[in-house]
Write a new protein. Structure first.
Length: 219
């Protein structure tokens, strides 16, 4: 009786296919885990930037204008002359914060220009709106309470939703020119290849409370 030795080509092919599926199944969760960690790291950095904005306001009695480039320095010659009706780069050099999100894209920053010269009394504002679709009941946050927005373009490096104003090319969250004016920004659930922007915003009430606690309000 003849005994067969080794594997046939068909058997080896089947084994290789099974191994390929197993390896592929391992890499997909790992990729998802890495992306989730980057989201958490970016959210943490955004909260740090938000706190730095409040500290800046306490010291200077105003919020900084967006920076004109990735160097992160607020323009002092004519503040907000370029981005007074739109967003720009985060003035990270003035704030002493990180300039990139976890994917290596520069943070974007939008501010109600009324608050870039001083903190008005009364602190009226009517410029910025957050469309929050990530809550169980989607809603628009009152423009009377949103005075600054910082956001990451996320994994794809491109502003999504209402954040996708004109002037952007390539996946690096950097405009080639001054973006078109826009006052409504979207916060939403993460959806791969559809929406991955990460936003935080500074409410007027929180800033005024911080200024009051520091003894800087009312002016």
């Amino acid at each position: 009786m003849k005994i067969s030795q080794g594997f046939t080509l068909i058997e080896m092919s089947i084994v290789l296919i099974i191994i390929g599926f197993l390896i592929g199944g391992m890499f997909v969760p790992l990729s998802m885990q890495m992306n989730q960690q980057k989201i958490k790291d970016t959210q943490k950095t955004l909260q740090t930037i938000k706190e730095a904005l409040m500290g800046y306001a306490i010291i200077n009695n105003n919020l900084p204008c967006p920076a004109l480039d990735e160097n992160g320095n607020e323009s002092t010659a004519n503040p907000c002359s370029t981005y007074n009706e739109s967003d720009g780069y985060l003035p990270w050099a003035d704030l002493g914060t990180d300039k990139f999100d976890a994917w290596g894209h520069p943070f974007r920053y939008r501010v109600d220009k009324t608050f870039t010269t001083n903190i008005p009394n009364p602190p009226n504002t009517n410029e910025l709106i957050i469309q929050d679709n990530s809550s169980p009941t989607p809603n628009s946050l009152s423009s009377a309470n949103v005075i600054a927005i910082i956001y990451s373009c996320g994994k794809n490096g491109i502003p999504d939703g209402t954040n996708a104003i004109s002037g952007y090319t390539g996946a690096n969250c950097s405009p080639t020119s001054s973006p078109t004016a826009n006052n409504t920004y979207t916060q939403d659930f993460y959806v791969e290849n559809q929406f991955d922007d990460i936003l935080v915003w500074l409410p007027k009430t929180i800033l005024i409370n911080q200024l009051t606690s520091a003894g800087n309000w009312p002016p």
